[in-house]
Design a protein around this ligand. Sequence first.
Ligand SMILES: *Cc1c(COP(=O)(O)O)cnc(C)c1O
Length: 389
Amino acid sequence: MNDSTTGADQGQTLPGGAGEGTRAVRAGLPEPVKHEPTLPGPVFAAHFHLPGDPTGPYTYGRDENPTWTLLERAIGELEAPGQDDVETLAFASGMAAISSVLFSQLRAGDAVVLPDDGYQALSLVRAQLETYGIEVRTAPTGGDAQLGVLDGAKLLWIETPSNPGLDVCDVRRLAEAAHARGALVAVDNTLATPLGQRPLELGADFAVASGTKQLTGHGDVLLGYVTGSSGEAMAAVRRWRKIVGAVPGPMEAWLAHRSIATLQLRVDRQNATALALARALRDRSDVTGLRYPGLPDDPSHKIASRQMRRYGCVVSFTLPTRGRADGFLDALRLVDDATSFGGVRSTAERRGRWGGDAVPEGFIRFSVGAEDPEDLIADVLRALDESAG
Ligand SMILES: *Cc1c(COP(=O)(O)O)cnc(C)c1O
């Protein structure tokens, strides 16, 4: 049997110092094999030939899959370039990845610190953790407020920038404080992507993310991952994935890997346009609460510029009323009224329609796509004018 078609080889090694675009297009590729594709296609298998003792790497499709192996290697190369001691696990969704870290690391009687302004579903997770006898403390993302509730905690969960408020906290400072108290640190890296921020380099034990958003970027895949540096902690996460079976399908894993090849192109385009859009919105009297961590006068910018290399594709702002926000979304022609973010086609939504986030009725979360910046900005300014009329 040819090992390289199963992804069981050690993969290609990039020249030291390879740039991010180079890394993105080559991440996770196996050694070239004559007559084989560069990125092997998805391996659809519930089970693998397994005579004799049941040893890995590939035994049963809920434990391992060669298409995941290549994707996990690719994500690991982006989250922790040059670090061979990290492990990455792919999941069926971002929530599967998040739950697997929380539920594998925490026991009854433990305390965990969660953001009170993070991803919506965290409040569901909180309720579930509490039914298991885990103490949940919360703190806002901005201002490093987590420091005040860290004593005796087992795990600190950070989401920076936070979704949808776009506040930022100082990962290095918080990780040092948490480790001094014996707590593990996980960072939700969804909004930044590994090209925007590398939590493990900033001291976190886990980088956790939804790959559904800008990592894969086409709005057609649900995916999650956990990258971690502690072998023991990652073994527990792996065991949890096996127990709950929250595994990605081979097709999704392959689509994700294929999409990562264009990650640098997409984030550079989308994030540059996000900054241009934020600048265009700054001058409007009908826009308040404008947030984009890349804006030099944004409250998040000072810390963001120290720990982020790119500032994301999400811009948030508030229009005077719910009706005005709905009218604006309705008047947009190049922007879909839809949730989620990070895709090549711009989306926007009135976030308050879901309930759950502490945002004003007119709050808009805007995800900038890969359209020509002048087209997109013209569409937004026209929709603002029309909805004012
Ligand atoms: C979307 C999102 C998640 C959840 O990811 P799914 O893939 O939808 O399960 C978690 N965290 C953040 C910050 C998100 O934006």
